[in-house]
Design a protein around this ligand. Structure first.
Ligand code: PLP
Length: 461
């Protein structure tokens, strides 16, 4: 399987190069040349496989340059860090299914992809004899999942910038209590945007980027999407003939990575996965896109589901490529139009196609908290991101069709919102109980790109 760019500017490359490239060199996103439906008899053969075995079967359809025993080993090690034997279990709540994606080390769904990506990076670097310094800015969640993904890995160092005293205490501790030698937490004296701007500036300095082998772990890496495809297929197989064999998924969406993985799963199992429900918080750009074909940027609003406080979804271009019928020129033109005007326009047949692929709803803050309270009566505590997905799902629920809501974070990570909704704190899972008493390490630095550069020069691999 070879990978191409949504903008058509690269010659097709194998999986391992696509993973190391991250963003395509022409500014586009990487996609497999083709995504084929899985034959019925293969689907039957997949029933009853463990999560790890299924992950191997699904991923090896897209990876042909890592030997099978090595790929199995990478998968097994990636999911050995999860605390649930089914990795992403399904729970019945109020006539729906909740798929719990938060049993990884940082209690958010990003672990499913980043545990795998960290192992793949280490494996590929070892093979090529290269080294990598990962650099990223975080507003909280991604940083800790990335740090846990690469802690202790050979030939990799990771530098994560977070805004000093502006992330939640749990989020800060989840990052700073990882004291492995290859992990460098930097608390920037500024906002998240300051950190993000510094990272962008450093990545744009090509000689520096090459000299220090800078790498990124952001959500546009194809390996992350691929790892997420697995749980959609696992849930669909598990539900079997329930709901006439058809499943709808509700996905709390920010950067469009998770729901794009659902789209890939749907291309693979078109007769089994019916609808993808794109749930947004008050940052409703993608809901306007699905319901009205209107793709235009607004102001970012802060909500109780901060990982979805996003206006421009970085993975959207992958879907756009399919919407343009796999035409890279049209995709590139649409992106250029958007970059210059902040708008993208779609014709009637595209708008119809969009509505066949997705349905969508934007959920207010008030509705989010009400949904947490409603499920709490059923003794199930939702985190605010998951609550957005569950609330949206209720609007689209149909008799006789199974519906799966993705639970993207453990409620204890967002204790304040849960307390506001229910009057009591979510119970801390074991992994967080002694967090505050663990040793921690973090450098507090000014929001100055020269200082951050120097820090990387002194501590990079
Ligand atoms: C990242 C994240 C999301 C959004 O996922 P995307 O792939 O960016 O759409 C939703 N919920 C939580 C808890 C997250 O961390």
């Amino acid at each position: 399987m070879k990978y191409l760019s949504t903008r058509g500017g690269i010659t097709p490359i194998p999986f391992s190069e696509a993973v190391m490239m991250g963003l395509a060199t022409d500014g586009g996103l990487l996609l497999p040349e083709k995504i084929e439906p899985v034959a019925d008899k293969t689907i039957v053969a997949w029933q009853g496989l463990s999560y790890q075995e299924l992950a191997f079967e699904v991923m090896s359809r897209f990876i042909d340059d890592i030997p099978a025993p090595d790929l199995r080993d990478l998968i097994n090690r990636s999911y050995a860090t999860f605390s649930h034997p089914e990795i992403t279990p399904l729970v019945a709540v109020d006539g729906m299914r909740i798929m719990e994606l938060f049993h990884g080390p940082t209690l958010a769904f990003k672990d499913v992809a980043l545990q795998f990506l960290g192992n793949v990076f280490e494996y590929l670097l070892k093979k090529s004899g290269e080294k990598m310094n990962i650099l990223g800015a975080t507003s909280g969640d991604t940083g800790s999942a990335a740090i846990y993904g690469v802690r202790g890995k050979e030939n990799i160092r990771i530098f994560i910038l977070h805004p000093h005293k502006r992330v939640s205490p749990v989020q800060e501790l989840q990052m700073t209590t990882v004291v492995d030698d290859n992990v460098f937490n930097i608390a920037v004296q500024g906002t998240f945007d300051d950190g993000q701007a510094i990272v962008k500036e450093i990545f744009n300095d090509i000689p520096f980027k090459e000299k220090y082998h800078l790498g990124a772990v952001n959500s546009i890496n194809w390996a992350r999407i691929l790892a997420q495809v697995v749980y959609y297929i696992q849930a669909t197989l598990r539900l079997g003939q329930e709901g006439g064999g058809m499943v709808d998924f509700s996905v709390p969406t920010g950067n469009f990575g998770d729901i794009f993985a659902g789209y890939v799963a749907r291309l693979m199992m078109p007769g089994r996965i019916r609808r993808l429900i794109l749930a947004t918080n008050e940052n409703d750009l993608l809901t306007r896109f699905v319901n009205h074909g209107d793709y235009s940027v607004g102001q970012v609003r802060q909500t109780s589901s901060p990982s979805m406080d996003i206006q421009v979804a970085s993975n959207f271009e992958r879907y756009l490529y399919y919407l343009h019928g796999g035409d890279a020129n049209r995709t590139r033109e649409s992106m250029a139009q958007f970059a210059s005007s902040g708008l993208m326009a779609f014709d009637a047949s595209q708008r119809q196609r969009i509505r066949e692929d997705f349905c969508s709803r934007s959920v207010t803050e008030e509705e989010t908290l009400a949904e947490i309270a409603r499920c709490a009566k059923d003794r199930y505590i939702l985190d605010p991101h998951t609550a957005v997905g569950v609330r949206a799902a209720r609007d689209f629920q149909e008799e006789g069709i199974a519906i799966v809501c993705l639970a993207t974070a453990h409620p204890a990570k967002f204790g304040a919102a849960v307390e506001r909704a229910t009057g009591s704190q979510a119970e801390l899972p074991e992994a967080l109980v002694d967090l505050a008493t663990r040793p921690s390490r973090c450098s507090v630095l000014p929001a100055d790109s020269r200082v951050i550069r120097e820090y990387i020069e002194n501590n990079g691999v």
